[in-house]
Design a protein around this ligand. Structure first.
Ligand code: CO
Length: 134
């Protein structure tokens, strides 16, 4: 059911420093910072030949990645995103299998303008999983 790895998201406290690390030390192509107030993060996209890395910095007081950064002072991998062809079919199949879908269970429009859902990390080997309709 899942297809390509769309991105790996890394939460960071200092987006400028993380961007410089990826651009200058690792030699990657990076985007300008993109504030996404509706998701409580500012994102920099790191473009790799086969996938993307998203550097996430908290934006606003109730950012969903704030708690994660309190537990992971140096930052860390926050979630991984797999592509699916049909997000509603994927959701229904996962729910039928007993997996927990976060939030209302209805897809939201994610960072790339496409519908996304998040799955509970306790159901997926301790990893927050995002599904994005490709
Ligand atoms: Co994501």
């Amino acid at each position: 059911m899942i297809g390509r790895l769309n991105h790996v998201a890394i939460a960071v406290k200092d987006l400028a420093a993380a961007t410089a690390l990826y651009r200058d030390t690792l030699g990657a192509r990076v985007s300008q910072p993109l504030p996404q107030p509706e998701h409580g993060v500012t994102v920099v996209f790191v473009e790799l030949p086969n996938t993307k890395i998203e550097l996430l910095e908290p934006l606003g007081a109730d950012s969903p990645i704030m708690k994660f950064l309190e537990r992971n002072a140096d930052g860390g991998i926050h979630h991984i995103c797999y592509e699916v062809e049909d997000i509603l079919a994927a959701r229904d199949r996962l729910k039928a299998a007993g997996a927990r879908v976060l939030g209302s269970g209805e897809p939201r429009i994610g960072a790339h303008g496409k519908p996304v859902l998040f799955l509970h990390p306790k159901d997926f080997t301790g990893t927050l999983v995002e599904l994005e309709q490709a």
